[in-house]
Design a protein around this ligand. Structure first.
Ligand code: UD1
Length: 416
C-alpha cells in the first residue's frame, strides 16, 4: 500500500488549479443511464471513485470512453446488477438504483455496508422509490427494485440527503407524472445534476432550494455538460494556505459555493480576496480559534470538518467543532493527537485546544477527508509525517502530491 511522506514546515505559495468535483461527477456520470446515445462530460476528475463508477457502468454493458472529457453511451444496458465488490469500495454506487429502475424497470444493487464515518443507511432512498410505486426487496445483501413505470409522488425526506435527493431526482425524471421533493438537499452538486438532467430534456424546477419539482417525461436525450469545480478540494487548499502562513491563488473554484467556508476561514485570521478566476488566500501565522458546526449546504460542510480541525489544532485558544451531519466522524482525532494535537471528543463535539507545534509521526488515514487533515497537519508539523492507507485520499483528491509540491511543499509518495 502506498504511503505519503511529508517533511513539514514549508510555506505554501503560488497557484493551484481546482479539479472537477467528485461528488458532482458521480451522479452526473450515472445520469447517462437515463439516455440512449453518446453523452459528453467535461472536467471529470481522475479519481479512484470515478474509475469505480465507470467500472459499474461498464458492467451494465454501457460504453465508456475518455478521461477528463468522458463520453458515455448507455444505448444498450445488458445487466442491471451492481455487485458487492464495487459497491463496498464506494457507497455512492447506490446512485445507480434510481436511474436503472426508471429506465429498465428493475435493478439489483448490493447494499452499502457500514462505513468509517457512521452507519449511513440508504433507507430514505428506498422509502422514496417505494412511494413512487417500486417494489423493494432486501435479499442476500442486495436491494432488488422493480417497477413497470415509476409514478410521481410527493416525498418529504426526514433528513436532508444529498445522494438520496440525486437518486430520486434521476428516477423522477422518467416517471409518470409529477414528483415533489421536500426537504431536498441544496448542495451545488445537486444543482449540477439538475442542470445536466434539464439539458437531457428533464423538467425540473427548484434545484438549489429545499423543494424540487420534477415533471416526468417519456424519454431523455444525451447531453454535453461540465462538472462543477470541487468546493471541498478548494476548501482543503484554502486551509493549507492558512495553516502554513502561505499565499495561494485557488484557481478555477466557484467562490459562491464557498461562502460559509470563506466566512469561517476569515474569522481565523486568513485574508481571502476574489481574484480573476478564483480566490487569493493569505495565511496569518497566528491562527484565531473559532467554533465550527457542520451543516448541510449552505452551512459549513462536514467534508471539511477534519481539515478545519487540523487548522484549529494550531489555534491560539480553544475551539469546539460540532459534527451534526454524521454520527461518528472523528476518526482523525486520534491520529492528530499522535502528532501532538490536544483534542477531546465529547459526543458529537470535539474540543480542540490549540498547541504551538505539531510533530511529524507515522499516522494512518481512516477515511477520505481524514486523510486530507493528516496531510494538512503534516505540512505544518516539525519533522517527518508518514501517512499510510492513502488509498482513501486517492478516492477524492486529484494529483494531490503534485499540487502541493508545486506550491512548495516537501511531499512525496512511496509506492507499496
Ligand atoms: C454525500 C457526499 C458526502 C458528504 C455527504 C454530506 C456524495 C457522493 N457524497 O454523501 O461526501 O459527506 O453528502 O454532505 O455526494 N441518511 C439516512 N438515510 C438515508 C440517507 C442518509 O439516515 O437514506 C443520513 C446519513 O446517515 C447522514 C445524513 O443522512 O447522517 C446525510 O447523509 P447524505 O446527505 O445522504 O450523505 P451522502 O449522500 O451519502
Amino acid at each position: 500500500m502506498d504511503k505519503i511522506i511529508i517533511h513539514g514546515g514549508k510555506r505554501l505559495e503560488g497557484d493551484v488549479r481546482i479539479s472537477g468535483a467528485k461528488n458532482a461527477a458521480l451522479p452526473v456520470i450515472t445520469s447517462s443511464l437515463l439516455t440512449d446515445g453518446w453523452n459528453t462530460f467535461h472536467n471529470v476528475p481522475d479519481l479512484a471513485d470515478v474509475r469505480t463508477i465507470k467500472r459499474l457502468l461498464t458492467g451494465f454493458g454501457v460504453k465508456v470512453e475518455g478521461g477528463k472529457t468522458l463520453r458515455i453511451n448507455a444505448g444498450e444496458i445488458t445487466s442491471c446488477e451492481a455487485p458487492y465488490d464495487l459497491v463496498r469500495t464506494m457507497r455512492a454506487s447506490i446512485l445507480v438504483l434510481g436511474s436503472l429502475v426508471a429506465r429498465m424497470g428493475r435493478a439489483r444493487v448490493s447494499l452499502p455496508g457500514g462505513c468509517a464515518i457512521g452507519a449511513r443507511p440508504v433507507n430514505l432512498h428506498l422509502k422514496a422509490l417505494q412511494a413512487m410505486g417500486a417494489e423493494i426487496d432486501l435479499k442476500d445483501g442486495y436491494v432488488e427494485a422493480r417497477a413497470s413505470r415509476l409514478k410521481g409522488a410527493t416525498i418529504c425526506f426526514d433528513i436532508s440527503t444529498v445522494t438520496g435527493t440525486e437518486n430520486i431526482m434521476m428516477a423522477a425524471s422518467l416517471a409518470e407524472g409529477a414528483t415533489v421533493l421536500e426537504n431536498a438537499a441544496r448542495e451545488p452538486e445537486v444543482v449540477n445534476l439538475a442542470d445536466v438532467l434539464k439539458g437531457m430534456g428533464a423538467k425540473i424546477s427548484g434545484a438549489g432550494t429545499d423543494v424540487i419539482k420534477i415533471e416526468g417525461v417519456e424519454t431523455l436525450r444525451p447531453v454535453e455538460a461540465d462538472i462543477i469545480p470541487d468546493r471541498i478540494e478548494a476548501g482543503t487548499y484554502m486551509i493549507a494556505a492558512g495553516l502554513t502562513g502561505g499565499d495561494v491563488n485557488i484557481l478555477g473554484c466557484r467562490p459562491d459555493h464557498l461562502d460559509a467556508v470563506t466566512t469561517k476561514l476569515k474569522e481565523t485570521g486568513m485574508k481571502i480576496t476574489p481574484i480573476d478566476g478564483g480566490l487569493r488566500v493569505v495565511g496569518n501565522r497566528s491562527i484565531t480559534s473559532v467554533d465550527v458546526k457542520t451543516l448541510p449546504y449552505p452551512g459549513f460542510p462536514t467534508d471539511l470538518q477534519a481539515q478545519i480541525m487540523a487548522l484549529m489544532s494550531m489555534g491560539g485558544r480553544s475551539s469546539i467543532i460540532k459534527e451534526t451531519v454524521f454520527e461518528n466522524r472523528f476518526m482523525h482525532v486520534n491520529e492528530l493527537i499522535r502528532m501532538g494535537a490536544d483534542i477531546t471528543v465529547d459526543g458529537n463535539s470535539a474540543i480542540v485546544r490549540g498547541v504551538s507545534t505539531l510533530r511529524g509521526a507515522p499516522v494512518m488515514a481512516t477515511d477520505l477527508r481524514a486523510s486530507a487533515s493528516l496531510i494538512l497537519a503534516g505540512l505544518v508539523a516539525e519533522g517527518t509525517t508518514e501517512i499510510s492507507r492513502v488509498y482513501h485520499m486517492d478516492r477524492g483528491y486529484e494529483h494531490i502530491e503534485e499540487k502541493f509540491s508545486f506550491l512548495g511543499a516537501d511531499i512525496g509518495r512511496i509506492k507499496g
